[in-house]
Design a protein around this ligand. Structure first.
Ligand code: HEC
Length: 221
């Protein structure tokens, strides 16, 4: 149904109302007489009434929806602001982001089973996964893989550190720096940030939120 300019719609409603009135008058005229005569205006009235109700329902729907629609748009804008670093991820939002973005290729179990003896800490793993994501996107452009922005990488690393383990202290700094790479200044900056000052990591740790099935590390940091 196309939206008519308000005034024209108004005029139509008035015309329809007049029609309905006429139809009703006709109907009452025929009501007492034969059934056959009553059928036609009855049908017309019903159709007109339906259209009329539709015309009323449309603006009501439009007025009623902006709330949920507005909320959804607002949430999209906020998510974009978080992705671009204008808004902070809360610990729980970071957890959700990590759990959705990091399970696009493998089960979360792969992360749960990861440990200090398995390989470097998540701050390094993220760079490896980022490379895999890029390769994957180039190789199979048809399959949708959603990448991570820099603020999202910082949030996701902190989330896994808290929920699985953080063994940055067990690795030589130069080795981690070399693996992270000079271009990843945001990750190098995170490496320099004490855990007490990493809002997401601290928040999840303090809330005791762990990944189910995660290898239990001694939380010494
Ligand atoms: C593009 C697909 C893809 C995405 C997305 C992805 N991974 Fe992976 N991941 C892989 C592949 C492939 C492997 C196994 C091959 C390898 O280790 O190079 C793997 C292995 C791993 C391992 C095990 C490494 C080891 O040495 O045992 C961990 C831990 C891991 N991923 C964590 C993550 C995290 C954290 C994220 C989210 C930032 C993530 N993955 C997102 C493809 C992906």
């Amino acid at each position: 149904m196309t939206l008519l300019p308000a005034r024209r719609a108004q005029e139509r409603i008035v015309r329809w109302q007049a029609n309905i009135f006429k139809a009703k008058a006709l109907l009452s005229l025929f009501a007492g007489s034969s059934l056959k005569a009553g059928v036609k205006p009855m049908k017309k009235t019903k159709i007109l009434l339906l259209i009329f109700l539709g015309i009323i329902a449309l603006p009501v729907l439009l007025i009623a929806t902006p709330n949920s629609l507005g909320e959804r748009i607002g949430e999209r804008i906020k998510e974009e602001a978080r992705a671009q670093g204008y808004l902070e991820y809360t610990p729980l939002q970071a957890k959700k982001l990590a759990e959705t973005r990091c399970t696009q290729c493998h089960e979360v179990d792969r992360i749960a089973k990861y440990c200090s003896r398995c390989g470097p800490p998540f701050i390094v793993v993220i760079t490896h996964m980022k490379r895999l994501m890029k390769q994957f996107m180039e190789r199979e452009p048809g399959k949708k893989i959603t990448g991570l922005t820099k603020p999202q990488e910082l949030a996701v690393v902190q989330a896994w550190n808290a929920m699985v383990g953080n063994w940055e202290a067990d690795f030589r700094r130069e080795d981690m720096e070399a693996m992270i790479g000079k271009e990843n200044t945001h990750l190098l900056a995170l490496l320099d940030t004490p855990i007490g000052q990493r809002e997401i990591e601290r928040g999840l740790k303090e809330a005791g939120i762990r990944l189910k099935g995660a290898y239990v590390e001694e939380m010494k940091h």
